[in-house]
Design a protein around this ligand. Structure first.
Ligand code: GLN
Length: 495
């Protein structure tokens, strides 16, 4: 596309118009976009066209990109999929957004997500679910479901998502696109509405592996606004897409191919691994023994961090505020009733506490409340050591599993998810089933390592996309791109 733009065979304006037509035709059904910047995107496209013509186009000149609702942009609403932030408008740009704009990308709108990125299906969005473009009765995955669906349905070139336990990779897998979660600290989190700060990362969802590398090159790098961002040099990630897998050592963890993996999904992933082997990759069987406790560990640590991060939504400084007058009136009426009956009102909350409670009761959805309660519990005096402290120590053991494994291999391969996209409503009544759909993605976040999901092909019986995941040592994103691009060539029949 970049070449076509430079040769004048295409214009950014035409591209934006085409995407807007696609959005108009499909978004009522899919609900991938929560906001579409129709006029602003067209205007910016015209400006970018001028820049390209003048030979001054940046690295992403003309790339049309959608942004997950959790990543803020100046002057635009950022809801994080929550009623709590329904009317919240950001006064600054997330660093990730700033960097895209600095390289002349065109931002076309904002993408639906599970509320505060808690979920695996986008059904937890306060604004209604997103549907999977491959089968609209099915979920697109989550929490970056809108980001994945939009790329799959050709509504933009790429999107940004965020990944705390799999939220870029699992939806990418369900929708048949590529999703890259960078090493923790590779991309600044400044302007990402926090869920679990020691796990959160921003990354791209794209049509090709090379695109994912290219966008990562733009996003990555140190940022004074995020103390956890790394000063390590940014590499030529995209270039690694052209490298062969000859000699690449691919670790095969037995725990990721056992019970719980749907048979045809496993078969297709194994087939791709054999094909990589036939092209010179070396398959190394290995074990990650703490995999079985990864989900439990994650749901203690992530909810603990969430309960702390979400404490800021008090309805006073910003976010949803309940009807203050009504809260005060109700309290007065309650007091009077108790006093009339000769009761004691000293235990009643103050009007301010009532307002906090009512605002949070109205602003947060069920899953978010569940997690705030879980997280508050595991951090509470008396339970802290038994839950939070223990989970922290297990997190270290999980990291050690990976460090050991990477002594023997360059990347680790697995399915991205135990099965293909499930039906809307199928797992909403059973949080544990929903949590289990992240079983293969969550460990990378616990260890802070990078991982990518790339389409492996279509499932033999349901015809839905199946994703294959690669994980790599800290900051070895190039190896991910190299391995994933090889799978991409196989799927496209280009190798
Ligand atoms: N599905 C996982 C959760 O609900 C991961 C979400 C994410 O990566 N943001 O916590």
């Amino acid at each position: 596309m970049r070449q076509l733009l430079e040769n004048g065979e295409q214009s950014a304006e035409e591209n934006v118009s085409r995407f807007l037509t696609n959005i108009e035709a499909q978004n009522d059904t899919l609900h991938a976009f929560t906001q579409v910047y129709t006029d602003a995107a067209l205007k910016r496209a015209a400006e970018v066209d001028q820049k390209i013509k003048a030979g001054r186009g940046g690295k992403l000149a003309g790339a049309v990109i959608g942004i997950k609702e959790a990543i803020v942009q100046r002057g635009e609403k950022a809801t994080a999929g929550s009623r709590m932030l329904e009317n919240f408008e950001s006064v600054y740009d997330a660093t990730a957004v700033r960097r895209l704009l600095d390289e002349d990308a065109i931002i076309i709108g904002r993408m639906n997500m599970d509320e505060f990125a808690m979920g695996s299906s986008t059904e937890n969005s306060a604004f209604g679910p997103t549907r999977n473009p491959h089968d609209t009765e099915r979920v697109p995955g989550g929490s970056s479901g809108g980001s994945a669906a939009a790329v799959a349905a050709d509504m933009c070139h790429a999107t940004l998502g965020s990944d705390t336990g799999g939220s870029i990779r699992q939806p990418a897998s369900f929708c048949g696109v590529t999703g890259l979660r960078p090493t923790y600290g590779r991309v600044s989190r400044y302007g990402l509405i926090a869920y679990a700060s020691s796990f959160d990362s921003i990354g791209p969802l794209t049509r090709t592996v090379e695109d994912a590398g290219l966008i990562l090159e733009v996003l990555a790098g140190h940022d004074v606004h995020d103390a956890t961002s790394s000063a390590r040099e940014v590499e030529d990630y995209a270039q690694a897409a052209g490298q062969s897998v000859e000699g690449l050592r691919i670790g095969l963890p037995e725990e990721y191919f056992g019970d719980g993996l749907e048979a045809e999904t496993g078969k297709l992933v194994r087939k791709r691994i054999e094909e990589l082997e036939a092209r010179g990759a070396i398959v190394v069987p290995l074990t990650l023994p703490h995999t079985k406790v990864a989900i439990a560990t994650y749901y203690i640590l992530a909810t603990a961090e969430a309960s702390s991060n979400l404490a800021r939504y008090d309805g006073i400084r910003y976010g949803h505020r309940a009807d203050q007058k009504k809260v005060a009136q109700d309290l007065a009426a309650e007091k009077k009733a108790i006093q009339d009956a000769g009761g004691d009102i000293s235990e009643l909350d103050s009007a301010l506490i009532r307002l906090y409670k009512q605002s949070r009761t109205e602003g947060f959805g069920t899953e978010v409340k569940r997690r705030i309660m879980l997280g508050t519990y595991v951090l509470s005096a008396g339970y802290y050591d038994a839950y939070y402290g223990k989970a922290q120590r297990i997190r270290r053991l999980i990291q050690n599993d990976f460090i050991q494994a990477f002594n023997k291999c360059d990347v680790i391969v697995s399915p991205t998810s135990p099965g293909t996209a499930f039906r809307i409503g199928e797992k909403t009544d059973d949080p544990l089933q929903m949590y289990l759909s992240d079983i293969y993605t969550i460990s990378a976040n616990l260890a802070g390592i990078p991982a990518i999901s790339v389409p492996a092909g279509k499932h033999a019986t349901d015809g839905l996309p199946v994703g294959i995941q690669f994980m790599a040592p800290h900051f070895a994103e190039k190896q991910l791109i190299r391995a994933a691009a090889a799978v991409e060539r196989l799927v496209r029949g280009a190798d």
